[in-house]
Design a protein around this ligand. Structure first.
Ligand SMILES: Nc1ncnc2c1ncn2[C@@H]1O[C@H](COP(=O)(O)OP(=O)(O)OP(=O)(O)O)[C@@H](O)[C@H]1O
Length: 245
């Protein structure tokens, strides 16, 4: 695979509810081995973006634009076929079967056939998330918020995706756990897996991502390598907003 070809690339991606444009992204690309953070205020369009990349939306908006995975156009495919190509989404709040055990939840996520990604088997999952190994016979409903989030990420990794979309994996977690979860996310990223991470906590995102995208009212206000973005006044504003909250 040519290293110059983005793993995930969107062009002219637009989502509109009636006259209200919720998302308008001329271009967004994620390189192989890259962890890209998406930050922005409530309602900025972060969830709309990751959902649109997967081809899913709340309600019935008009969606248009191109989405490419490893250079192949997937923008016209329904979500399950995008997943089959190697694009996985862990939605806000995770996606697990509450009545099933941890082990059953993992077994229900089948590795994709022919993926260029690396499907994680149970041993790899347990090495990454020892807590899930300890809790494998417990129902998902009995897990803590953080453990459930780990399970949702682990289920996505079972597939062997090329690109993983994570919508606020740290939401609702204690500050200490937020850093843990994001460090784990950082550890997942490598030549066969790129990650787009939506994160409300700008400070926590800056600590782990390679590149940051700042969304405002559905548009990219600024983006760039984290070293440059951390001094961007617009990011500092977000920081200060956070500090004041
Ligand atoms: N079903 C819908 N109908 C109408 N407007 C919608 C719908 N879903 C989302 N929107 C609008 O799209 C915009 C973006 O919402 P989105 O949920 O993507 O924001 P977000 O950045 O993820 O916010 P948060 O951090 O609060 O989750 C908002 O203005 C929202 O009101």
């Amino acid at each position: 695979m040519n290293a110059a070809v983005p793993v995930l690339e969107a062009r002219e991606l637009r989502v509109a509810y009636g006259g209200h444009v919720a998302l308008d992204i001329p271009h967004l690309a994620i390189a192989p081995g890259e962890l890209v953070g998406v930050v922005g205020a409530n309602g900025a369009g972060k969830s709309t973006l990751v959902n649109a990349l997967l081809g899913w939306s709340r309600g019935a908006p008009a969606v248009s634009g191109s989405v490419r995975l490893d250079g192949e156009e997937i923008g016209a495919l329904p979500p399950h076929r995008r997943v089959a190509r190697g694009l996985a989404l862990v939605p806000e709040g995770g996606a697990v079967f509450m009545r099933l055990s941890v082990a059953e939840n993992l077994a229900a996520a089948r590795p994709l056939s022919g993926t260029r990604g690396r499907p994680h088997d149970a041993a790899a999952i347990h090495a990454l998330f020892p807590r899930l190994a300890e809790r494998q016979h417990h129902a998902a409903s009995a897990l803590s918020g953080g453990e459930r989030q780990m399970l949702a990420v682990a289920r996505a990794l079972r597939l062997g995706p090329r690109a993983l979309l994570l919508d606020e994996p740290s939401i609702g977690l204690a500050p200490r756990l937020v850093a843990d979860v994001l460090r784990t996310v950082r550890g997942l990223v490598g030549p066969d897996l790129s990650v787009l991470l939506v994160e409300q906590n700008v400070r926590a995102a800056i600590a782990v991502v390679d590149r940051l995208v700042l969304l405002e009212r559905g548009r990219i206000l600024a983006q760039g390598p984290v070293a440059a973005m951390r001094d961007d006044p617009r990011i500092l504003e977000a920081y200060l907003g956070e500090a004041a909250a």
